[in-house]
Design a protein around this ligand. Structure first.
Ligand code: GLN
Length: 539
């Protein structure tokens, strides 16, 4: 057999009619099914905006910024990919229009296109095709699933659809297109309507792309009549019209797609045998536990972007994994930190048995976070602080236990007399904002006999970072003397990564982001243990 023969298959997932149909979840679910049949799968997201990455975006724009092992600041869909597949992604899994143009313009300046007029076709489309096929290099993956952000018909998406058109031509039956659309139910007519889907497919056809499979989001089941009608009008087989019905949890979607035989239709179209059996038993076990919790606890997530749940996507999902692991439903109450003051904190937090203080940037809502931490510290309520949440715990302790009045982070108050959180040395001369934080996986040495050691059950751990500020080691002795102990440090730099109060039942602040590493297959131990502590404290 010719070793250089390319065998990777490419699946493109586009969206029509409206945004928010769940392309990311469909992509992740299909990937899960193929993975469960023994195939190696990776998923990529192409985002048609001009930012180089979402790192500079306010979470209100596109939700959380997800960070990969290699320190890429990416779209939150990559979080779903990792949570479903339990396989790390990287910068190559998220490409934006900004990144495509940046690369083409750099090449133009280098003289790579000397003499040519640089144009959307072929230069931008070639760059898109390159980024897609990069993941397939070396036949590392059996399948590369590429999700195209946005909705077909948007000006921004055009070069991507054109790149798919060309790739379909180049790759033949090593590629296919899944188009996700909406079948709305009109209550006045008491009918599901297929017209928006027909029009959406027509738009694809105008661009020269015939979808191979239609995944139809719907609130009601699609009967055979509707399926046949969609098939007839959109040039697909009726077996390739897949129902994607609304469901109460995203984790059921792989099971629904299995029922609809999405994976089998894909394999058949790609002329691959569906002989390897599909084993989703662990996934089913998880769903079963998720749907039948034996107890419930209330936990508060104190943050400033609470109006948009997507801002805290990975934290919310981590609690689903950790709750399930504990046979417990975690009622996560999102609380706006701006509304909290010392005088009302007991009332606001009266129904919760644990609190988590969220990551974040800037001054807004900071004093509310500090009040919430004071309350849980004094009342022995389990507390987990993530990144800015840990930094707030340090500030609170400095002010209210050590007595360093007006202690602060220099991010919020550059003139504080007690900069207990300060800018990292290597950050001091950086003036540009994009991609310049301390990003991605870093190792951390965990102290013997600490809570962290009991939780992680090992001395050397690795977690992902996204911050510019850090605990100021000038204050280390003072903190230790008063009972807040660094129990995790970076072995190379000595940066403090974990802070604990050993006299408190469960008080842990982490400078890193454990939420990025929690998956269905491997719920994160910090969240699992935190939920366990909350259950215990409630009992
Ligand atoms: N704003 C803080 C810093 O940059 C915390 C960042 C975060 O919570 N991700 O250090």
């Amino acid at each position: 057999m010719n070793k250089s023969k390319k065998t990777t298959r490419y699946i493109f997932v586009t969206g029509g009619v409206t945004s928010s149909l769940g392309k990311g979840i469909i992509s992740a679910s299909l990937a899960k099914l193929l993975q469960s049949r023994g195939y190696n799968v990776t998923i990529q997201k192409l985002d048609p905006y001009i930012n180089i990455d979402p790192g500079t975006l306010n979470p209100y724009e596109h939700g959380e910024c997800y960070v990969t092992e290699d320190g890429a600041e990416t779209d939150l869909d990559l979080g779903h990919y990792e949570r479903f597949l339990n396989v790390p992604t990287s910068q190559a899994n998220n490409v934006t229009t900004g990144r495509i143009y940046q690369s083409v313009i750099r090449k133009e300046r280098q003289g790579d296109y000397l003499g040519e007029t640089v144009q959307i076709i072929p230069h931008i489309t070639d760059e898109i095709k390159y980024c897609i096929q990069l993941l397939g290099e070396g036949n590392k993956f059996d399948f590369v699933i590429t999700e195209i952000g946005g909705t077909v018909g948007d000006i921004e998406s055009l070069p991507y659809i054109e790149a798919i058109r060309q790739l379909k031509w180049d790759l033949g039956n090593r590629s296919l297109v899944i188009h996700l659309t909406l079948i709305p139910y009109l209550s006045a007519a008491k009918e599901l309507k297929t017209k928006p889907t027909q029009h959406s497919v027509k738009t694809m056809l105008e661009y020269g792309v015939q979808p191979d499979i239609l995944v139809c989001r719907t609130e009601r089941p699609l009967n055979a009549g509707i399926r046949n009608k969609i098939a007839l009008f959109c040039n697909v087989e009726s077996s390739a019209v897949i129902e994607s019905i609304d469901t109460d949890t995203i984790y059921k979607v792989p099971l629904l797609m299995r029922e609809e035989k999405l994976d089998q239709v894909v394999l058949k179209k790609m002329k691959l045998p569906a002989t390897r059996t599909l084993d989703l038993s662990n996934w089913e076990l998880f769903i079963n536990k998720l749907l039948h919790p034996q107890k419930t606890v209330n936990i508060a997530l104190v943050g400033k972007y609470v109006e948009l749940v997507d801002s805290y996507k990975s934290i919310i999902e981590s609690f689903i994994h950790a709750g399930t692991q504990n046979n417990c439903k975690v009622n996560l109450k999102l609380i706006q930190s701006e509304n909290i003051i010392n005088e009302n904190v007991a009332k606001i937090l009266k129904d919760v048995s644990g609190i988590i203080v969220a990551p974040g940037f800037g001054d807004r809502g900071i004093e509310g976070k500090i009040s919430a931490i004071k309350y849980v510290r004094e009342n022995n309520i389990p507390f987990l602080g993530i990144c800015l949440g840990m930094q707030c715990a340090v500030i609170e302790f400095a002010r209210n236990v050590i007595g360093l009045d007006k202690a602060h982070s220099t991010e919020m108050n550059p003139d504080t007399p007690y900069p207990v959180i300060d800018i990292m040395e290597e950050q001091k001369n950086i003036t540009t904002k994009g991609g310049t934080m301390r990003l991605g996986a870093n190792t951390c040495l965990v102290s013997k006999n600490s809570k962290a050691e009991k939780i992680y059950k090992k001395a050397l751990i690795s977690e992902r970072h996204r911050h510019r500020y850090e605990f100021n080691n000038d204050y280390l002795k003072m903190f230790e003397k008063h009972g807040m102990i660094p129990t995790g440090t970076n072995p190379g730099t000595g940066l403090v990564e974990i802070m604990e109060i050993p006299t408190h039942p469960w008080f842990v602040g982490v400078q890193f982001h454990p939420e990025y590493k929690s998956t269905v297959a491997q719920p994160h131990p910090l969240f699992v243990n935190f939920v366990k502590a909350v259950i215990k404290s409630k009992a």
